[in-house]
Write a protein that binds this ligand. Structure first.
Ligand SMILES: Cc1cc2nc3c(=O)[nH]c(=O)nc-3n(C[C@H](O)[C@H](O)[C@H](O)COP(=O)(O)O)c2cc1C
Length: 315
């Protein structure tokens, strides 16, 4: 997710959810080819398995970017066919590609030829007022015929006119039944459901009908949910928030030693105590202190101590 799932965020989520598959922010193929790769493709060794999400529509460029991504160590390359922003439409990629199945198939085939990691697609159910199962499944079948086996379905349409990207994640109604039907009618494909999944129970229910669930906003705003999910699905002991936070410390210290700023790291952990007593104090201490020169792990310990004192007062 753009501006959210950067390497600091992914390294944190990896601590919380050892088994989850993590995804980068979308990076345009051109940026991968011509841009600052050290920054755009930065990834910590702890992140695996991690997928690089590409934007773009030009098969040769997508192929080149996919190869670069796989060579950089990404475990999967995912093509974005779901982003509705104006900028993306102007560049003829993202959600508007759902109306160009042949071009997407060509791009995916070129990417598969160019790299040796799985190439997957994230898409919507359609664009604007397309509510046509046959059209949706034609898109999927065309791309599957090119060799794509896994589809992440953000189970709503993208409205390309008149809605902001934020509204496009909320207003078009969710239709999980289309993702389920896809899995039923195309059992050979891996179908991952995405969109509006807000709890452990909801995520788990999707597994009755599909191969996986992808969580975006809920995982970011309430990252402990990721941990609870990982334990529920894969086993292991539930660890406390404080324990998980301290398990993240070696990464943070190493990053600070390399010149990273604490504020760029702690912004991803603000929600760790979401809904908990003291959660607001945790956020506040970090938000107020992390931008100060020289801020380091001791600030996180201070935030934690204050949060724990609230919880202790309640007990
Ligand atoms: C800040 C933000 C950035 C996003 N960036 C991307 C992106 O780069 N690529 C993508 O496929 N989806 C992106 N999305 C959409 C999410 O991946 C997801 O499909 C959508 O939010 C619905 O899932 P959710 O309800 O679990 O959040 C973004 C969403 C948000 C809130």
């Amino acid at each position: 997710m753009m501006d959210w799932t950067d390497p600091h965020c992914r390294a944190f989520h990896r601590v919380l959810a050892p088994h989850a598959r993590l995804y980068t922010e979308m990076v345009h193929a051109n940026a991968v080819i011509h841009g600052d790769r050290a920054k755009l493709l930065a990834m910590d060794a702890s992140e695996h398995p991690v997928a690089l999400q590409l934007g773009g529509s030009e098969p040769a460029l997508l192929a080149q970017a996919a190869r670069i991504g796989a060579d950089a160590g990404f475990d999967e390359v995912n093509l974005n066919c779901g982003c509705p922003s104006d900028r993306v439409q102007a560049g003829r990629f993202g959600a508007c590609l759902m109306r160009e199945p042949a071009l997407v198939a060509e791009g995916v085939a070129a990417m598969i030829d160019a790299c040796d990691v799985p190439v997957t697609v994230k898409c919507r159910l359609g664009v604007d007022d397309d509510h046509d199962w046959d059209r949706f499944v034609h898109f999927i079948d065309s791309v599957a015929a090119a060799g794509c086996r896994m589809f992440v379905i953000h189970a709503r349409n993208a409205w390309l006119q008149g809605l902001s990207p934020k509204e496009n994640r909320e207003v078009p109604p969710l239709r999980y039944d289309w993702a389920y039907r896809l899995k039923q009618e195309r059992p050979q494909l891996l179908v991952v459901v995405n969109g509006g999944i807000a709890s452990l129970e909801e995520a788990t229910q999707h597994l009755d009908h599909a191969d996986g669930a992808m969580l975006g906003r809920a995982a970011y705003h309430d990252p402990y949910l990721l941990h609870r999910l990982d334990v529920a699905w894969f086993g292991g002991a539930l660890r406390s928030r404080a324990e998980l936070l301290r398990a993240y410390r070696p990464y943070v210290d190493a990053q600070l030693a390399e010149g990273a700023l604490l504020k760029h790291i702690t912004r991803h952990i603000l929600g760790l105590f979401a809904g908990e007593r003291g959660g607001r104090a945790f956020r506040q201490v970090l938000s107020e202190g992390a931008h100060k020169p020289g801020a380091d792990w001791s600030l996180v310990e201070r935030a934690l101590a204050l949060t724990e004192s609230f919880a202790a007062a309640e007990a």
